[in-house]
Structures are given as structure tokens and as C-alpha cells.
Design a binder for this molecule. Structure first.
Ligand SMILES: Nc1ncnc2c1ncn2[C@@H]1O[C@H](COP(=O)(O)OP(=O)(O)O)[C@@H](O)[C@H]1O
Ligand SMILES: N[C@@H](CCOP(=O)(O)O)C(=O)O
Length: 321
């Protein structure tokens, strides 16, 4: 679960008193998510999400994230803006953490998306990229391609405790990705973490795109590659559902049809996404105390996806052969 910071009922009632949102009725910690503490808050007027920012989200980046959410919400996309208090402030401090009260969106996140749902989600990502064409905020990708080698070095030989030979294998794949990385492709504001759990749906309709706390300026197609890697495999990374992956690309292509150059670069971008999530999960795996109240995610689930994106290279690796 992800509630790192406990918020007392008294502190929450005092916090809500600063907003025009009615009085506190109930608050429940939300189990999903790994990065931040989230509460579902019900007031006499409405439901909200209270987020306390932890771990990788730095308070200095919040103005960028909130500006992006406001921009996307203003274009009609189902993105939850932060609520401003009576003095117009959206960023607060609660129990010592940076905190925002966020609009609640309906919908559920899917564990096993169908191709029809993937089509709608790919379309939503395309619409999001089209909507940021006139967004002028900028944020470097704090988990972007240039950060993977330093993160690999920080994880170091401990990676071999996850799987013998993993450090050398990641170094090997990373060398290939660094050489082939298509840095010349289009850039824009991207979500960078649009996993199924960050898309709310009702049936085949997208009702929410959430969790923009890795959003940044980076390669537009890398966003789709992250989504492809996240959506079109089972949770172990062993089974690939090509129909779901194809549907994502088809939905996205309604806004941005892939060029031949982009099609040629896609596997490298997706392999990069595999490295990115293998490394961040491995770091968390190695650095989260076993008794922490959060479920650590399996780093190898993303590593195994390389068998689809680069089968020849994967067959040469000790950890994947
Ligand atoms: N605006 C929202 N509307 C409805 N539910 C939300 C909203 N934001 C977050 N949630 C719920 O909270 C969960 C965790 O949120 P998320 O932002 O993914 O957390 P984390 O940043 O820790 O990964 C989501 O899976 C969803 O169930
Ligand atoms: N999607 C990442 C972890 C980031 O957590 P989120 O709950 O904010 O999406 C992963 O699965 O490794």
C-alpha cells in the first residue's frame, strides 16, 4: 500500500477549512500507488484525492505538474486539476509534507486491459500530446535516458542479489541503447508513467489520466513506448499480448501516425523503458526495508520484456537466456 504519512482527522479538518469544499465526512488511505501518500476524502460537498508528496516528487517540481494538469484539464481532457484554497493556493504543507487536494475522477484502473480499452487509452495519449503543443512549461526527465547509467552505478553489484549476472547484463543492454537512442525525434511534455493503474476507465471509455508526477519534457514516442511496455504484458513480463500493444499504437496513430523512422526506433525506445523501470524498481527493491508498508514491485518483470523488444540481444544474456 502507499500511505507513508498518516494524517490525523483533526489536521485534515483544519486543512479543509481553508477551502470552499464543505466539511470533512470521511478519509481513507488508498492502497494503490507506490510513490505518494493518497487519501480518498469525502466532504459534505464532494469527493477529493488528498496527495502528500513523498519519495521521488520534489516540491520544487509541483508548480510544473500543476500547470500541466491545469493546461490539459482546460482542453477538456479528463485530467484532475488541483483545487485552490480560498487564497488561491494549490500547494500546501500537511504533516510536514508538500500536499495538494485534487479533483476526484470516476473510473477504475484495469488489471487486464482488452484491445478495445487499449485503443481508447492510446487515443487518449495522442490527444494529450496534441493538447500540449501550446504548453510552454519545461522539466528535464529526472528518470530519463541520461540518468540510467548513473542509477545502474548507484545500484552496483547489489543487483546480482536480484538475479546473478544482472549488473553486467543491464550494463550490456544499456550500452546498446545509448548508441541507438533516437534523440532526434520530436519532444514535448510527456506523462512518462502511463501504466494501466494511471488510466481510469469505465467500460471502454477513458475517464481519467492521473499521476503526472514523472511528467517532463522528453521524446514524444518514448511516452508511447513506456505505455506499450506497461500495457501489453502480464504482470510477470513473461506473456506479451501483441493485440493490446497494436491497439495502443493504432489509437495513438489517430493523432500521430508513426513515420518509418519512428517505427524503426520504437523497439529501442521500448527497451529503454524496460531498463528505466527495471532500474527504478531494483533501486526500490534494494533500498526499501522489508517491513515497509508498501508492496515492492518486481524489477525482473520489466527486464523480461526485453525478450520481445530485442530477442537477439536477450538470448545472449545470462539472466534472460
Ligand atoms: N484524481 C483521482 N481521481 C480518482 N482516483 C484517484 C485520483 N488520483 C489518484 N487516485 C487513486 O489513487 C491511486 C493512487 O494514485 P497515484 O497517483 O497513482 O499514486 P502514486 O503517485 O503513489 O503512484 C490510484 O490508483 C487511484 O485509485
Ligand atoms: N509505474 C512504476 C512505478 C511508479 O508508481 P506509480 O504508482 O506512481 O505509477 C512501476 O510500475 O515501476
Amino acid at each position: 500500500m502507499a500511505v507513508y504519512t498518516q494524517v490525523s482527522a483533526e489536521a485534515l479538518a483544519r486543512f479543509l477549512a481553508g477551502f470552499e469544499v464543505g466539511e470533512l465526512v470521511s478519509a481513507k488511505g488508498i492502497a494503490e500507488g507506490v510513490e505518494n501518500s493518497n487519501y480518498l476524502v469525502e466532504t459534505t460537498q464532494d469527493r477529493f484525492i488528498l496527495t502528500l508528496y513523498e519519495k521521488r516528487v520534489s516540491a520544487g517540481d509541483l508548480p510544473y505538474f500543476l500547470a500541466l494538469l491545469d493546461h490539459l484539464a482546460a482542453t477538456g481532457l479528463p485530467v484532475p486539476p488541483a483545487i485552490a484554497d480560498r487564497e488561491g493556493r494549490a500547494i500546501h504543507t500537511l504533516e510536514g509534507r508538500p500536499a495538494c487536494l485534487i479533483r476526484f475522477l470516476p473510473g477504475v484502473s484495469l488489471s487486464h486491459p482488452t484491445p478495445a480499452q487499449a485503443l481508447a487509452a492510446g487515443d487518449a495519449m495522442g490527444a494529450m500530446h496534441a493538447a500540449v503543443a501550446d504548453f510552454d512549461g519545461h522539466r528535464d526527465n529526472s528518470m530519463g535516458q541520461a540518468t540510467w547509467r548513473p542509477l545502474l552505478d548507484r545500484c552496483g553489484a547489489s543487483l546480482d542479489a536480484i538475479a546473478p549476472g544482472l549488473h553486467a547484463d543491464i550494463a550490456h543492454v544499456l550500452t546498446r541503447i545509448e548508441a541507438d537512442w533516437p534523440a532526434h525525434l520530436d519532444r514535448c511534455a510527456i506523462h512518462a508513467d502511463l501504466f494501466p493503474d494511471n488510466v481510469l476507465m469505465l467500460g471502454d471509455r477513458v475517464t481519467g489520466l492521473i499521476d503526472f508526477y514523472f511528467a517532463c519534457t522528453d521524446l514524444r514516442l518514448y511516452d508511447l513506448a513506456v505505455m506499450h511496455a506497461a500495457w501489453s504484458f502480464d504482470s510477470t513480463g513473461r506473456d506479451h499480448d501483441a493485440a493490446v500493444g497494436d491497439a495502443l499504437i493504432e489509437g495513438y496513430s489517430r493523432h500521430y501516425p508513426l513515420t518509418d523512422d519512428e517505427r524503426g526506433a520504437f523497439a529501442t525506445l521500448a527497451a529503454g523503458a524496460c531498463i528505466r523501470f527495471t532500474l527504478s524498481r531494483a533501486w526500490d527493491w534494494l533500498n526499501t526495508p522489508a517491513d515497509a508498508l508498501v508492496t515492492r514491485k518486481d524489477p525482473l518483470a520489466f527486464w523480461r520484456r526485453l525478450r520481445v523488444y530485442d530477442p537477439n540481444l536477450a538470448s545472449l544474456l545470462k539472466t534472460l537466456a
